[in-house]
Design a binder for this molecule. Structure first.
Ligand code: MN3
Length: 209
């Protein structure tokens, strides 16, 4: 991801609001992007507004060193910086649900590290559906290209000093409730058809150099 700095600006969706229909409807995307994501951007800027020494630091660098930030802004940066980082990657990881399958070295790595694409999907679904409360399920890679699935709570990010995210799925209720109510598993099943595999492959290739 391109590293912007303070003041952070909400990025537009990389597709139209109705691009993810029928998996995610326009109303869901408007609330999720225009309200929830925008609020994280505004609150992150508010948290950093009194700390000029941090205003030239990129978002992932802020998240890598949360424990070294001034105590008063550790929690706001964790929650809102994570909220910005996670949503930008989430929106950018999706595309219209029209047949796209993984290929190339990312598919080879999935087969190697999970046994098969189907086994990966089952584990990813379990991580997303089984996440208790609000949070995220991620596909991440280490520097050697070894893939793993991780869950995080709230707006936490995985340890970015150790892994690079390939993509993630938002399992906060605001991501799906308008359309799916309590049926998180149905939302997650639909989300698989939204994965932008070409972008995922690019991220994976960049992460392992
Ligand atoms: Mn969300």
């Amino acid at each position: 991801m391109k590293e912007e700095t303070y003041p952070f600006v909400a990025k537009p969706l990389p597709y139209e609001y109705d691009a993810l229909v029928p998996v995610l409807d326009q109303e869901t995307m408007h609330f999720h992007h225009d309200k929830h994501y925008k609020t994280y951007v505004d609150n992150l800027n508010a948290a950093l507004s009194d700390y000029p020494e941090l205003q030239k630091t990129g978002l992932s660098d802020l998240l890598r060193q949360i424990d070294k930030l001034p105590a008063a802004i550790q929690t706001p940066v964790r929650n809102n910086g994570g909220g910005v980082y996670n949503h930008e990657l989430y929106f950018d990881s999706m595309k219209s649900p029209v047949g796209q399958e993984p290929s190339g070295i990312l598919l080879e790595a999935i087969n190697r590290d999970f046994g098969s694409l189907q086994q990966w999907k089952e584990q990813m679904k379990q991580a997303a559906v089984g996440r208790f409360g609000s949070g995220w399920a991620w596909l991440v890679t280490d520097k050697d290209g070894k893939l793993s699935i991780v869950q995080t709570a709230n707006q936490d990010v995985p340890d970015l000093n150790k892994v690079t995210p390939v993509f993630l799925v938002d399992v906060w209720e605001h991501a799906y409730y308008l359309q799916y109510q309590n049926r998180r598993a149905d939302y997650v099943e639909g989300w698989f058809s939204l994965i932008n595999w070409r972008k995922a492959e690019k991220r994976y290739e960049e992460a392992i150099g």
